[in-house]
Write a protein of this length. Structure first.
Length: 368
């Protein structure tokens, strides 16, 4: 592996603007890089489905057909703001020049590591298992690239997603599913000073509904939160409208479904008691997943970590990633730590050593 080339590639990638929904330049660049390495490359134009100008990139490297294929996955988009990034190295760590701008190690460290591993395989003529590369768009705005991907283009049944904080060895065995709620409560106006009894307060109904919900930490696997409680109007009129936006997460599907039911029921019961009308929508962002040490992808990862002198550390995540969607499509997929720290902030950084180890791990996973 060429460490200088890896660092140069990472610097080049992070300086390409690819804020979520504006990824096309980055898509074109990695597509060309994979093609230049002799890989078969395919794309899908799914960005238009969620307002993006980008596309998912699929790369294929033939290998020993007697071995199970592996999917190597990372995402091409960044959070906002993610433009005009100027990276530099200090004391063995890579930072962005200004503390108001991200570095974009999330997830261009993963992308760079995969590309460097492929370059090394090609240069050294290393024998590999069949390898499929999946670079997604729209991850940061709701996993839309993975959700809309053409899974007929991926034949492998195990995947590693290089997109987590934590040092090499950190392996996420479970990520939660997420449900989003939007409640609209309709009451009846009345003069708040003359005859408040004639009105139905949407605020009171909604507030009681929220008060009767189990929120924040429900148990070890389940959380819920209210993000928005909105009602506006003069103090002399009984409010006839309130809006509540919420979410629930759990790594257990049955618990997630129960939390969804209980939150809706709490709001409905409160509205019924107050004589208010409730309209609501719920949407499932993604389902939870769990893998075990016995799964082939975990065994392969453990072997790769061992080759680097690292131990495997299983952790649970509080958020979703592309692995959630892969698992919904029958692919045993795990997210792993690649050394990045403080992602989505101006203090984001990654140790050069961890970037190098990530590329070495990719190489180990590819080997026949």
């Amino acid at each position: 592996m060429n460490e200088k080339r890896l660092l140069d590639t990472f610097f080049e990638y992070v300086q390409i603007n690819s804020e979520t929904r504006n990824e096309r330049e980055m898509c074109e660049r990695v597509k060309k890089d994979l093609e230049d390495l002799g890989l078969r490359v395919d794309v899908d134009e799914i960005g238009e489905k969620f307002g993006s100008n980008g596309f998912n990139v699929y790369g294929y490297l033939d290998g020993d057909p007697s071995l199970d294929p592996i999917i190597l996955s990372a995402h091409l988009d960044t959070v906002v703001p993610g433009y005009a990034i100027k990276p530099y190295v200090k004391d063995g760590r890579i930072y962005s020049e200004t503390d108001t701008m991200i570095l974009a190690a999330d997830d261009k460290a993963g992308v760079s590591a995969i590309v460097e591993a492929v370059r090394t395989v090609k240069e050294q003529n290393i024998k590999t298992r069949p390898v499929e590369i999946f670079f997604s768009i729209g991850e940061e705005c709701g996993l839309h690239g993975a959700k809309n991907a053409d899974y007929s283009k991926l034949k492998g049944k195990m995947a590693v997603v290089f997109d987590m904080a934590g040092e090499i060895g950190t392996t996420c065995y479970t990520c939660p599913g997420q449900v989003n709620f939007e409640f609209e409560v309709f009451g009846k106006t009345a003069h708040a000073g003359l005859e408040p009894e004639a009105g139905v307060s949407a605020i009171m109904a909604a507030a009681e509904g929220v008060a009767n919900m189990k929120l924040l930490r429900i148990d070890e696997e389940t959380t819920a939160n209210i993000g928005t409680f909105k009602a506006e109007g003069p103090t002399n009129i009984v409010s006839n409208y309130a809006k509540v936006v919420a979410e629930a997460r759990s790594t257990d599907l049955a618990k997630l479904e129960k939390q969804e039911h209980d939150m809706v029921q709490a709001m409905q019961d409160a509205c019924d008691r107050h004589g208010a009308e409730l309209k609501y929508t719920t949407s499932r962002s993604y389902n939870p997943y769990k893998v075990t040490p016995e799964d082939k992808v975990c065994q392969l990862l453990e072997k790769g970590y061992k080759a680097l002198g690292c131990d495997i550390h299983y952790v649970r995540s509080g958020g979703g990633c592309d692995s959630n969607i892969h698992n919904e499509h029958g692919i045993k997929s795990v997210g792993i730590g690649i050394g990045m720290e403080k992602a989505h902030t101006g203090q984001e950084n990654i140790p050069v050593e961890q970037l190098n180890k990530t590329a070495l791990l990719v190489l180990e996973l590819m080997k026949a």
